[in-house]
Ligand binder design. Structure first.
Ligand code: NDP
Length: 391
């Protein structure tokens, strides 16, 4: 029987834990380890089946290794922060246990995420004879699987991809982020980037926007951002001429963000305050609502998908594959808002693909490298139904 170790008891972690706990035949006994034991305890009290918990600092690779050994875990699902990716990967290699995450590595002192650090683990995972599945959230994650599915069933050549992400919900707070505030704000305030005709093109942060028609939502303003799945899809999808990522933000959100930036609250370098060093963005995180606390009164829905253009049988073709997820429905099911839900469910499904030996291999993989069909089928079964629109 499998034993599953999940690290991170935040918004996405809590969803993944509850979803895994509801499938004991696949995930066996579940153990949750995170920085704050209280949060693990709260999830434990909320789970339908019993789970184990413990406190851990996942920056400490030895501690993660010791816990994997003690539990005899068969898989590690990393839903802590991107900073912990490498220490957890190191522990998995030592213990020869498969690894999965939803966000690529990012050093604490530089707002720069990229796959290079984790791709560099390729040989070590191969030598250990185990699999690492990178980016099994929604975006990255499901958007990559949508792309693999479009490539397999709808196109001979995909020429352009626009990944479009809309949260049309209302949590009732003047300003809050839907996933970890520190990671979210670092992502949004860095320079934008997209890929066209074989090269990366950079823009100032949030300087390019356009209205996008989101199915079941309507027209909303999307901003061009750099997002991690662009890096792997450029590598793994042949014939691609352009790929971009768009995310919607309300005018109020942008105004808050501008003010915070202008006064220095989004800085990630330490400043001296009352004789003590503090990082303004970390202090800001401490003031903002936890993503996992937003779901109570969250209304509205998310719509995330990919618009593909290309060629099939010599004819031009354009389709969109997307999911719509309702905040309230997620809250009723697992006590979470839709952004945590759309991350936690694909993490569970990715782990299920590995534990059931549906996806096999040794080395470090991005999710679009596997057969998308079983994952797509599980999305429908486990709460993230998708649709294909012929445009
Ligand atoms: P949260 O901040 O809600 O949760 C993060 C959890 O990790 C918290 O419980 C936190 O502990 C724990 N943690 C932080 N540092 C450590 C550490 N050193 N050791 C052990 N545990 C630690 O964030 P989210 O749940 O919103 O996001 C989780 C991950 O999912 C992030 O990597 C995020 O980037 C990713 N994500 C991916 C998405 C996708 O679609 N691919 C979308 C959204 C998020 P504490 O409670 O003490 O703070």
């Amino acid at each position: 029987m499998a034993k599953t170790l999940i690290i991170g008891a935040g918004g996405a972690g809590s969803v993944c834990i509850k979803k895994c706990a509801s499938l004991p035949d696949v995930f066996g006994s579940i153990h949750v380890a995170s920085r704050t034991l209280e949060k693990c305890r709260a999830i434990q009290a909320d789970c339908v089946n019993p789970i184990g918990i413990s406190q851990i600092d996942a920056d400490d690779s030895d501690a993660v290794y010791a816990l994997i050994q003690e539990l005899d875990a068969k898989i590690v699902i990393n839903l802590a922060l991107p900073y912990q990716d490498l220490s957890i990967m190191d522990a998995c290699i030592r213990a020869r246990v498969p690894y999965l995450d939803t966000a690529n590595y990012e050093p604490k002192d530089e707002a720069k995420f990229c796959y290079k650090w984790q791709w560099d683990y390729q040989e070590r995972f191969k030598e250990a004879g185990i699999l690492a599945l990178l980016g099994s959230g929604f975006d990255p994650g499901v958007t990559n699987v949508f792309t693999a599915y479009a490539q397999k069933h709808y196109f001979d050549e995909i020429h352009t991809i626009d990944i479009v992400d809309c949260n049309d919900g209302d949590h009732g707070h003047p300003f809050a982020t839907n996933f970890n505030p520190e990671i979210n704000i670092r992502e949004i305030t860095q320079r934008g980037k997209y890929w066209e005709e074989g090269e990366w093109k950079e823009i100032d942060a949030l300087s390019v926007s356009k209205n996008i028609d989101f199915p079941e939502v309507g027209e909303r303003k999307g901003y061009l951002l750099y997002h991690e799945e662009l890096e792997s899809l450029v590598k793994n999808i042949p014939h691609l001429k352009r790929i971009r990522f768009w995310m919607t933000f309300s005018d109020s959100y942008i105004t808050h963000l501008n003010v915070l930036q202008n006064v220095g609250m989004t800085r990630i370098d330490p400043v001296l305050f009352n004789g003590q060093e503090i990082v303004p963005l970390q202090f800001l995180k401490a003031l903002l609502p936890e993503p996992s606390s937003l779901s109570d009164n969250y209304t509205g829905k998310t719509c995330i998908g990919c618009i593909f253009e290309g060629i099939k049988d010599g004819e031009k073709k354009k389709i969109m594959i997307y999911n719509v997820c309702h905040h309230q429905a997620c809250h009723e099911e697992v006590g979470a808002q839709a952004v945590s839900y759309t991350t936690g469910v694909p993490a569970m499904i990715g782990a299920k693909m590995i534990l059931e030996n549906t996806w096999t291999g040794t080395g470090v993989f991005n999710i679009e490298e596997f057969d998308p069909d079983p994952f797509m089928s599980d999305l429908n079964e486990h709460g993230l139904a998708w649709k294909v629109l012929e445009l």
